[in-house]
Every structure is written in structure tokens, then in C-alpha cells.
Design a protein around this ligand. Sequence first.
Ligand code: ZN
Length: 167
Amino acid sequence: MFDILQYPDPRLKRVGRPVEKVDDSIRNIVARMFKTHYAAKNCAALAATQLDMPDPPHITVIDFSERKNSPLCLINAKIVASSGTVCEAEGCMSVSGVYEKVKRAACVTVEAINERGETLHFTAEGFMARCVQHELDHLAGKLFIDSLSPLKRARLLRKFKKTRKQL
Ligand code: ZN
């Protein structure tokens, strides 16, 4: 398992290292990421850059099924097409307790490889589209609160600090 880094840990600004070869060391990281994911409450997805590991590779693990039996691992994922816009509330495992509306593309086409080295190409909408965009932001060193207005962000962070103190 990995620890999930909490804002404002500076390591959340790291960028995912492109994976050159999907080998056992990568599959080992993927397995540990899924373990961390399934052990965390209300977790939909995790990016390697939000976890306590050195030199995180460009990997995200996603599963928001009710029974936690639909794991999806995306390695070196990129969005090759997007359309529409939606603005819905979003949360993040690294900024616990903060939910805010974030503008996202409604529909995204994704290219990636999985933990078996197979090429994936799919179009997602709804929550999956939001998830992929949120995680790819993490792998680019960005948090969802970065896109908010400074005023809104300041207000949310005050609330976040308060919640953290109560833990
Ligand atoms: Zn997040």
C-alpha cells in the first residue's frame, strides 16, 4: 500500500514519468495502487503522483463500481479528443472534505496502455470522463482546486484546514 499524499504536500506537483516498458516492476506498482485504492473509503480513482512513492510513473487506477470489481488501469494515458462541457461537483482523495464544481469536457476519447501492455482506445462520458480528466491532471501535477478562482480556492482551503484540524 501507499500513503495518499495530502494537500499541500509539494509532491502533488510532480509530473508522472512516462512508462517505457510495462514490466513486473510496473505491474507491482499497479497492484499496490489498486490495494491502496480499495482500502480507501469513497475512492473512485488514484494517480501515482498523489501517492507516497519516488519518481511516480504515469499510471492511474480507476474503479468506481459498487462492488469494486471493475478495475481499469491506464498507463501513459492521453486524451486525444474531447467534446462538450459539464460543470459538476468534484472531490479529491488528496484534498479531503472539499467538493467544488469543476468545468470539464463532457466526453473524452482516451488512448493508453494497460498493465498487460495492451493498447486501449475508448470514448468515455459521464463520471468516467470526469475521472480520467481529474487523474490526468494529477499526472500533470495539477489539482482540481487549481482551476478555481483564487477567492473560491482561499475559501475552500480555509474550510479544508479546519476539517484537517478536527481529524
Ligand atoms: Zn484527486
